[in-house]
Write a new protein. Structure first.
Length: 268
């Protein structure tokens, strides 16, 4: 047996363009997660701001400061923290990136992944800078691939992570209705295809886009094991669910059915 890892999925209802309120909520959630024995708490996509682009543009001057506050939160609660936020691209002016950050229990930044596939239906391509590379977190529990929301639809990305040795895949999302079944089906598919744990945290609640209408996020944050079994799954309401996994199970499944080594990429 390997060393179990206890993970908390913080399925939040994000307050639009209100980082102070969302950081206060995260403070309580991180404290609860640590109290319940979790070593890693995962937040959803753009959990500090939401997707109101016009309002978010007025927050540009505080984005870096909010990232410092998240790092401090990790250090104070002695817990790994991950989640996607708006972040400037260092050394470059212009659009921020939808950035999945991972902080260790000392508050150090351990991974920075910028969302590669921007979602046109949410106008991300108009307001964000796309990432240009995959990122594998080298964590104590093993290599972990990083992805954000729409990335889930691009299976070749997850195969690349598996071939790079990832045993765990993190997905930070704001996945809406009416595509809940796409979310659940694709998450299981990625776990089964790549024989890895999928740790996926989604937003809950809704967001008002004015003339463009209101979006309701479908929740159902989940952890799926390398056989495709659901380890834990949230409802569609704001809540935190916690479960323990053994990342070494990925190695055992890959030995039993050696999909990765049985590939014949020279043919296809």
């Amino acid at each position: 047996m390997g060393t179990p890892l206890k993970i908390a999925l913080a399925q939040m209802k994000v307050k639009t363009a209100d980082p102070s309120a969302n950081l206060a909520a995260a403070e309580a959630l991180a404290g609860e997660a640590r109290q319940r024995g979790a070593e890693w708490v995962c937040f959803p996509e753009l959990w500090t701001t939401g997707f109101q682009w016009e309002q978010n543009a007025r927050l540009a001057d505080r984005l870096e400061g909010d990232i410092v506050k998240i790092a401090d939160l990790a250090a104070r609660h002695r817990i790994w923290i991950s989640g996607s936020v708006l972040a400037p691209v260092k050394g470059e002016a212009g659009k921020p990136a939808n950035t999945l950050l991972v902080f260790d229990p000392q508050g150090q930044t351990r991974a920075v992944y910028r969302k590669i596939h921007l979602f046109g239906l949410m106008r991300e391509n108009e307001h964000l800078r796309a990432g240009d590379g995959l990122v594998v977190l080298d964590a104590p529990w093993g290599k972990t691939g990083l992805a954000v929301c729409y990335d889930l639809r691009f299976g070749e990305m997850f195969r690349a992570y598996a071939l790079a040795g990832a045993r765990v895949q993190l997905i930070s999302a704001a996945w809406p209705h009416p595509r809940q079944e796409h979310w659940r089906t694709l998450l299981r598919a990625r776990a089964i295809e790549q024989q890895m744990f999928v740790v996926a945290v989604n937003q809950a609640g809704d967001e008002d886009f004015g003339a463009e209408g209101r979006i309701t996020y479908c929740g159902h944050s989940t952890i799926i094991d390398p056989w495709g079994n659901i380890v834990v799954e949230a409802t569609d309401q704001p809540e935190m669910v916690i479960a323990a996994i053994d990342p070494a199970d990925s190695d055992r499944v890959r030995r039993k059915i050696p999909v990765l080594t049985d590939r014949r990429p020279e043919i296809y």
